[in-house]
Design a protein around this ligand. Structure first.
Ligand SMILES: [Zn+2]
Length: 112
């Protein structure tokens, strides 16, 4: 079983840098691919958005897990579940896979 630690400001900064990089690639891509290379540039741009989003969600799913406040069980989410789950700030509304308790859960950084 993997162990978690509290998420630090450094973890949030690292996550924010990945998001900024993703937005920068999309922005630059929109300028060059949509303006200079229609119509295939638009298709490539959409492909870059989808692949970038997938990589971003996969990175968060692999690096962060959740702790059930009811039964103390630590669990990870699949990239799909991480993407579709409702969140507010850093917390997500999740159902514990062990006890089925539903509540807002804060992420923990997975220790490798
Ligand atoms: Zn639980």
């Amino acid at each position: 079983m993997k162990q978690f630690r509290d998420v630090t400001g450094r973890d949030y900064i690292k996550m924010a840098l990945w998001v900024v990089l993703y937005i920068a690639v999309i922005t630059v891509g929109s300028i060059y691919l949509l303006v200079y290379y229609p119509p295939y540039g638009a298709m490539l741009w959409v492909l870059i958005i989808i692949i970038g989003l997938y990589l971003l969600v996969r990175w968060t799913a692999r690096n962060f897990g959740y702790h059930c406040p009811n039964c103390e069980y630590d669990f990870e989410l699949s990239p799909f579940r991480d993407f579709i789950s409702i969140h507010a700030g850093s917390q997500k509304l999740l159902v514990c896979p062990r006890c089925r308790h539903k509540s807002w859960m804060a992420p923990g950084k997975i220790i490798r």
